[in-house]
Design a protein around this ligand. Sequence first.
Ligand SMILES: Cc1ncc(COP(=O)(O)O)c(C=O)c1O
Length: 427
Amino acid sequence: MTNAELKSRKDAATPRGVGVMCDFYAERAENAELWDIEGRRFIDFAAGIAVCNTGHRHPKIVAAIRDQLDHFTHTAYQIVPYASYVELAEKINQRAPGDYPKKTAFFTTGAEAVENAIKIARAATGRPGVIAFTGAFHGRTLMGMALTGKVAPYKTGFGPFPSDVFHAPFPNPLHGVTTADSLKAIEFLFKADIDPKRVAAIIFEPVQGEGGFYPAPAEFVRALRKLCNEHGILLIADEVQTGFGRTGKLFAMHHYDVVPDLMTMAKSLAGGMPLSGVVGRADVMDAAAPGGLGGTYAGNPLALAAAHAVLDIIDEERLCERATLLGERIKAKLVALQGDVPQIADVRGPGGMVAVEFCKPGGTEPDAEFTRRVQARALERGLLLLVCGVYSNVVRFLFPLTIQDTVFDEAMAILEDVLKESVAVVV
Ligand SMILES: Cc1ncc(COP(=O)(O)O)c(C=O)c1O
């Protein structure tokens, strides 16, 4: 079977709505490398969209899943519970930010975690409203889409969406939106659209993921906390993409002197197995009545076994420190290239959550064409890069934090070449 044959079968058998970036098909993967069915090797700086912070097939994760396979694969936690769920909840409660009693519930996808965080916030406050931000991405379910602050392709043709969801601009200094602008817009929402006493939650990403890797400024997060305190609103941090070592801390909220009331997590939580969760204040988490939370597959035993291994690996291999170290190396490389590549408008991100934004030389007009060219050329050279941002002009680097130095260096050399080549095409 060739890649081309599979592609024509895919086009006939699966809907175009499930968009696929690569025109090759995975055969196997190991740490930061993957091979397609024709034997071609790629360096994987996508990591399954921020899922494999601990690499592909980490031996400890594989062993943990194998061991669980020999015990049981599914009982439905809500029917016959198991210790690994309770034990992982205890670990997350202990390690999530906030010096207060916490509880954790597990689900399957990031969108499901977000949905449940909103359900819990509404149950706890008895209020309907939710405020989210422009550029945010919170998933492809109906509430996830309602909260998401980017229309195409996520919302196109799928409405109407759940009501009582409002968007304020996310601070973005590069594109002229200050923290003061964002806060003023929220105050305006309170005047024009919804009484703050009807708002259950404000949900934000500590570093916007799909939106372009824009970190939330510290003073903005502090101000959100203050607003929430003033009006009895719950603050939800969506850590689906920022979690599990990516930003140089276990959770991105550890970079702030503010604690949220609820936090969502997924992606790298279980190193490639589908698992998500909501952690939060015990009293808030208990607001939903028995049976109101859960799902047939929520807290799957194989995924939980993997998650326990992920937490051990992050500690044992000091992956938070490694994220920061490798992030600094990419940032230094990109900053050094700014002279040769005038499209590099900004290099940013905490720890290993690094992105480069491309704009037309000398300004801040987004250059999606240049970005596409960099991504395509990198792929031709065997380096998988992901694009993000409302203007699709940002390349984000989601290398596994376990990547070997030699493979990382190889990727940096490819990156340098393709950036320089892409400039040469423009001129
Ligand atoms: C911040 C954030 N929230 C929610 C989601 C949705 O997660 P999932 O695709 O697992 O449903 C994502 C996915 O990219 C995300 O980045």
